[in-house]
Design a protein around this ligand. Sequence first.
Ligand code: G1P
Length: 312
Amino acid sequence: MTSRVRKAVVPAAGLGTRFLPASKAIPKEMIPVVDKPAIQYVVDEALAAGLDHVCLITNPGKEAMERHFAPAPDLEAALERKGDQARLDAVRETSSKGEIAFVNQGDPKGLGHAVGRAEEWVDGEPFAVLLGDDFLDADDYILDAMCRIQERTGGSVILLLEVPPHMIQMYGSVDPTSVAAVDLPGEGEVPDGLEIHRISRLNEKPAPGEEYSNLAVIGRYVFNPAVLDVLKTTPPGRGGEIQLTDAISTLASMPAEDGGGVYGVVFRGHRYDTGDKLEYLKAVVQLAAKRTDLGPDFTTWLQGFVSTRDNA
Ligand code: G1P
């Protein structure tokens, strides 16, 4: 058994061009999904899996994210004076979220480069990576199960989504072989009911006909720290960027004693690409509909709105 995963890295240095002009003056990660910035959901997901050390990879101009997770004494004092306990709790909650560190990416040279920047902070431990654009419904969180597989096998674990064949070009594609949980190497409990694959190779955003399968990598990873050494020698790949997918493909061909071995878990829950405007809207609607405070009124309105439009 390897050590318990307790660290999470969240790359958040991108320009957010898909969300311009909203992301011109505020980081795209601060755009709200209902009433919380997108980045807060990602940090909450890491914490829910017991990862209470979180490192955000950012860049200058994204200080709003740091302010969001820092105490706000003036605001808190004002809310206290007004006796507004609910909002005070909401504000305080953001600054009591485990231990949050910030590391600058510097030159944006791709996702692999962003993850590599966390090397010192990771300090040789296994760690998770969560991509903020991949937004998972809280009822479908799976990071904890992925950590269990990492701890049992000592390898690396990635989350997979079955996508229509024409969409695989937007993702990393994997070459999978199904494996039963009981046949995984190592010891330790792995939750029941997971679809697990051993991955032999990956390719990033494959051209038509070059995909290994229509199982796409989505933005949840749990790594053996060997990935950080691999990243150092990973040459620029698709788009001239250092691709995390390429490093994972190298890990897949490495022996377990060197930190190699890659497993994929198929995700069957709700996932939204919140970097895409239509998907972002779907995430907002679904979350709002599920909220106990907003859901009943919102869904009544939504049903009326949709039926009026259908009749128009
Ligand atoms: C990144 C990864 C890709 C993965 C995708 C999931 O791509 O490079 O392998 O499939 O996230 O959302 P991006 O969407 O940042 O271009």
